[in-house]
Each structure stands twice: as structure tokens, then as C-alpha cells.
Design a protein around this ligand. Structure first.
Ligand SMILES: *Cc1c(COP(=O)(O)O)cnc(C)c1O
Length: 453
């Protein structure tokens, strides 16, 4: 590597873009070459500045909501400690779902009071742990869960602010739906049993060990049709009116509208501002009718996706019947959603040596170029985004996968004895800093019990 190689700057105009979407190329090709020679590939890169920009953009999108508001980062999307520390500087809240995530938060010196905890398991011992560790805002999702929270509140002598996760049973058109009839998450407004929001509200407001705080819902991820939010607010409005008939003093402090803000992969998506415009009036109506409440907007994907690139090297190619198979040294062990969700991450070739005989321009159309990973598994292929640029897919060149910050690092897995790649962050001061070391075969052997004889 070094002087022998030339970088061909990839100009914006070279992208066969049909929209205004511009990829976040926060490192120059020359820096990329330095980085891959130092750390190898695959390699994740994160741009800290983008994290701050996204946190601001999301909050500003809701400026027309007249009550107080805050952003909560869904830690499950990417728990890299440097990312958590960056978001801490933005003063945002953290949305947690496990004791492991709480451990990470504490290790990063993030105040647990600045977190909201939504458990799926809702075990008593889990609630004891979170209350002991200073979390005060808890979302319950079942009657058994709320009784466990009461037991934990008694044991710890902490009175948690309690939200109820509702399943509004509205239809959601999105890549990932988290709300559907008879779904795993939350409770319906009225399901005919004790596992109903109405019954749980009454239980909480009459319980001396809990404070009722409000409602939470999470409709899904990568949502591009926003009627599900409007429909949920209408249902919630009616529901709150109904409660107030029975409990006149009833009031809500918080409404947490969950995640779902979409990002660009293959299709243009509305901005958070355009998204919020669809229903911010409904939120203001809710506040007018039932009293001002704090709005919490959760997000994993939108806050981190565009901050990150995965770099991979083209290690093999073959061509037959007018098709070219391009093998890279990444795989779904570093980008699971390309297999699981058929996620079309935008890809771009970093042409390191355009003088080489290998880089003769391919005449193949992009649909006859098949990007595949290193794993011995049929699903280990990478669908292309419509703005992917796969000219010069030849051995030795690199490929950048864009917008990979959400739901990728967290799924790193050792399938085929693969190690975890290093992560480099471009800090706000412009430094390129190693924030996670790659793991080694030796680490993996030990982790898998290799020394237990
Ligand atoms: C996953 C999840 C989110 C984040 O969803 P995104 O689509 O990544 O914004 C928010 N809230 C809850 C409860 C979740 O489970």
C-alpha cells in the first residue's frame, strides 16, 4: 500500500443518482487508504459530527409541539460506548431494554435518571436492579410486569414514574412493524382481561408505590406512512377521555411516541420535520384537551444510521453468462440486515488503482453485478441500493457501504469463526480515533471455551 496506489476521487456527479440524496462521505479516499492499511478490512467508520447533527435535527422537527419535548436514543441500535458518550453531550435521554444496556450507560457515566426503561421480560429481580441503580422512569407492558414493579418498588423504597406501553392496534405500513393485533409488545386499550391499558391505569393510580406518568407506544421501524401515528393519537384521545369519566383527576405527564423515523437506503424518505408535520397538530390537540405533557421521541435508526460506513475489500471476482460475482471480505456477520431485511445499503467502489489492468471498466449493468460476502451461506449477499455505484468492481479495490450505523455492529457474530472488526471514529475535532479494537482468533478461541480442558 502507499505510493503505488492512486485514489480516484469519486465525484458526486458520477453517482447515478436520481434524487437529491448525498452520501455522507466524511473521510477522503486518501484517508480511507491510510485507515485500511493500518487496520485492515472490514472496518467500521463513524462520524461523530453526524450524531450531533441528527440529534438536533430530530428535536427541531418537533418545534411546533408546544409542550416540553426530548429525544431518547434507543441504545439497542448501536451500543458502542463512544456513541453513547457523544449523545450524552447532546443532553438526550437513553431508551434501555436490558440490564446489559444499563451497565453500559453507567460505565459511560451517564446518569440513570436520564434513562427510560422498557423491558420485554419485566421480571421482579430486573426491576429491583434498575430501581437500585437509579432509573426512575419505567414502561410496563403487562399486568404481571406492573405487579413485579410494585414488589421491586417496595423492596428498594423507590417510587417509579410508570408508563404503560400500549398496543394501539393500528395498521402500520413499514419495513418492521412492532404494533399489530395480538402482538408481543404492550397491551391493548381494552383486551377484555387484566392485560388491558384501562385496567392497568386504574391499578397504577390506586397504588401507593407507583406514580402514573403516561403512555408509551412503539409502532415500528423505518416507517414512511405516518397515518399510523395520527390514528394512534386519535385512539389515545378517546381513551384518555374515557378514563377521565371514571377518574376525573386523571392526568398525564408524558407521551412517548416510540421510534420509527426513517433513513435513506434505497428510497427517498420524508425528513423528520416532514414526518412530524403529519401529526404535530394532533399532539397539540391532545395537550389542549388533556393538559400539557412532555413528548418523548425515541429513535435508534435515524440517530445513528447515516453516521457510519463499513469498508470492505474486494477479494475475488468471477464472471460468466454475462454476470459478475464480486466477493468482498465482509459478510452478514458485520451487516446482518442485508440478509435479514434485504436492506439495500448504498455502496460505492473506492478505486485505488485505476491504472491497473484489473480495473478495465466493466460493461455489465449493475443488475448483473452480484455483491456477495465471505460466508459460506446462500443469504450472504448484499442487495444494491438504486444509488449504488459498482463501476470498477475489481480485486483489490474497496467498497464503502453507507448508512450502516444502526443495527449492524450490534449484530456482529462469530459465524465461521469470524472476528469483530475494529471501529474508527472521526471525532468532532477531525481526529481519526480507534474506538474499538478488532478481536482476534485468539480472543474467539478463548471466549468459546478453547482453554477449558
Ligand atoms: C427499537 C425500538 C425503538 C427504535 O426504533 P427505530 O426505528 O430504530 O427508531 C424505539 N423504541 C422501542 C421501544 C424500540 O423497541
Amino acid at each position: 500500500m502507499g505510493e503505488n496506489f492512486q485514489i480516484q476521487l469519486i465525484e458526486e456527479k458520477n453517482l447515478k443518482t436520481t434524487n437529491t440524496y448525498i452520501l455522507n462521505r466524511f473521510v477522503k479516499p486518501s484517508q480511507i487508504l491510510d485507515l485500511v492499511s493500518q487496520y485492515g478490512t472490514p472496518l467500521y467508520l463513524i462520524d461523530e459530527n453526524t450524531l450531533h447533527l441528527k440529534a438536533n435535527e430530530l428535536l427541531n422537527a418537533y418545534e411546533k409541539y408546544k409542550g416540553p419535548k426530548r429525544i431518547a436514543y434507543s441504545v439497542k441500535a448501536n451500543f458502542t460506548p463512544s456513541i453513547l458518550r457523544s449523545f450524552m453531550k447532546d443532553g438526550i435521554t437513553f431508551d434501555l431494554t436490558s440490564l446489559g444496556e444499563l451497565y453500559f450507560l453507567k460505565k459511560c457515566n451517564i446518569e440513570p435518571e436520564n434513562a427510560i426503561y422498557t423491558s420485554i421480560t419485566e421480571e421482579e429481580e430486573e426491576y429491583v436492579q434498575i430501581l437500585r441503580n437509579g432509573i426512575t422512569r419505567v414502561v410496563v407492558s403487562s399486568f404481571n410486569g406492573v405487579t413485579n414493579l410494585v414488589k421491586a418498588a417496595i423492596k428498594t423504597n423507590v417510587k417509579p414514574q410508570t408508563l404503560i406501553r400500549i398496543n394501539p392496534e393500528v395498521s402500520v405500513k413499514a419495513e418492521i412493524r412492532a404494533s399489530y393485533k395480538n402482538g408481543k409488545f404492550g397491551v391493548p386499550f381494552n383486551g377484555g382481561t387484566i392485560d388491558s391499558a384501562f385496567k392497568i391505569v386504574k391499578y397504577i393510580v390506586n397504588n401507593e408505590f407507583l406514580n402514573f406518568d403516561g403512555f408509551h407506544f412503539h409502532l415500528g421501524s423505518q416507517i414512511t406512512n405516518f397515518s399510523c401515528y395520527s390514528n394512534t393519537f386519535s385512539k389515545l384521545d378517546g381513551f384518555i377521555s374515557k378514563i377521565k369519566k371514571e377518574i376525573p383527576s386523571f392526568n398525564i405527564n408524558t407521551i412517548d411516541i416510540g421510534g420509527g423515523t426513517p433513513v435513506f437506503y434505497n428510497q427517498d424518505v420524508p425528513t423528520p420535520k416532514q414526518m412530524a408535520e403529519n401529526y404535530v397538530n394532533k399532539l397539540n390537540h391532545l395537550a389542549d384537551d388533556h393538559g400539557s405533557f412532555e413528548l418523548i421521541i425515541e429513535s435508534g435508526r435515524f440517530l445513528v444510521a447515516e453516521s457510519s460506513i463499513l469498508l470492505s475489500r474486494i477479494v475475488n471476482t468471477k464472471e460468466y453468462n454475462g454476470h459478475k460475482i464480486v466477493i468482498v471480505d465482509a459478510g452478514y456477520h458485520v451487516l446482518l440486515d442485508s440478509a435479514l431485511m434485504k436492506q439495500e445499503y448504498p455502496q460505492e467502489v473506492i478505486d485505488i488503482d485505476n491504472s491497473d489492468i484489473n480495473s478495465v471498466k466493466s460493461t455489465l449493468s449493475s443488475k448483473n453485478i452480484h455483491l456477495a460476502g465471505r460466508l459460506c451461506d446462500t443469504y450472504d449477499v448484499f442487495p444494491q441500493s438504486r444509488i449504488s455505484n459498482l463501476n470498477n468492481v475489481s480485486i483489490g479495490n474497496y467498497i464503502s457501504f453507507y448508512n450502516v450505523g444502526a443495527y449492524s455492529v450490534v449484530f456482529n457474530m462469530p459465524f465461521h469463526c469470524q472476528t469483530k472488526p475494529p471501529i474508527v471514529m472521526k471525532t468532532t475535532s477531525g481526529d481519526l480515533k480507534l474506538i474499538r479494537k478488532g478481536t482476534t482468533f485468539e480472543n474467539l478461541f478463548e471466549e468459546e471455551g478453547g482453554y477449558i480442558l
